[in-house]
Design a protein around this ligand. Sequence first.
Ligand code: GCU
Length: 415
Amino acid sequence: MLTQLNIDRSQVRRGPSGNPKDPNVANSSEDKVNKYTLPDPLVLKNGKKVKTVQEWNQLRRPEIVADFENEIYGKLPSNIPNVTWQVVSVKDTTIGNQAIKEKLLKGIVDNSAYPSLKVEINLLLATPANINKSVPVVLEFGFIKNPFSPGPIKAIGLGSAGEPTWQEQLITRGWAYAIFEPSSIQADNRAGLTKGIIGMVNKGTNRKPNDWGALRAWAWGASRAIDYFETDKDVDAKRVAIEGLSRYGKAAVVAMAFEPRISLGFIGSSGAGGVKILRRVFDEQVENLAGSEEYHWFSGSFIKYASTKTPDDLPVDAHQLVALCAPRPIFISAGSPQVEGNWIDAKGMFIGAAEAGPVYRLFEKKDLETNISPQLGTPLVSGEIAYRQHAGGHSTGPNWSTWIAWAAKYWSSVD
Ligand code: GCU
């Protein structure tokens, strides 16, 4: 990739360390945060101010989409193969104390153009038992238990002590949940880039600089799950929310930004590469994201900003990713710095949410209505941009009940 970009390895800057004992430890002091200027989401590249929703949709939004595609996340190829959904099993069972109908599905990617690779998307859909209407569904980027992935399951999104799990909370509400496994589409490592859906489209060869990275591939998979929902009368495909944590939080916001059928978002501790401002020098940096452990999440071209260019040269920043979700309601979630740590930079995510405000206001929607990061635990949930930093760790768990109450304002009707 470096050769394709004409970048010498010596030009690539190393990211700061998350370990306080290391000499190159990342900044985690508010006093040492740099000064930066954010690109204005409502100013066109020709300098003109966007004044109407129409100008946003027709002129400014496409500019921002192109910047994110060319410089950060990569483009979807034009020749992605079709996916055929198959129901593997349907059973009446329970989750906690709740009765559910659980379907396991496989999305089989047509590999006729490159038969040496096989991609099958794993999806679980659980609806409340005995419903006879289509219900809203929350789609989580996460992990499904057996039979797809034997071995230990990483618990993600568990409720805080004493609260029912997120699945039970949704089912109690009369909503459905779905879990979809990103790694069944694209492996979460650099070696996997010549395999999975990215490798299949490239026929096993290396990526070009503007090709999609894992985040877009995972987000593409979420869109295929929504295609399936459109065919299943148990769920209402007009009321689909997306949820994910950490790297899957990044995938969740990328999915929402690029997929208009996602009606609500729950973006958990997405940090750098998600809704945290990339220009902000506080804990995880562009240089970390562009490093060998994480660059597979992005397009190859993103490495420029950790070598020949700097994060200040990025034509867009994270607030514009949030803005691409407008006017749809989006909830930004973070944990407590004492428990979760500072690496994901809760304040940087707060700013990402707050600075998307002008675009939501253009749609006459309510934004965070403050530029001051709230006290831990305080929910800012009265508008279409919502934010809450819970008292727990690296999880969306303790924010589920707040999220559900907020989401219910929008899901009481199909409109
Ligand atoms: C690393 C990475 C983060 C990421 C996290 C996760 O800490 O630096 O950007 O969000 O892993 O996915 O758990």
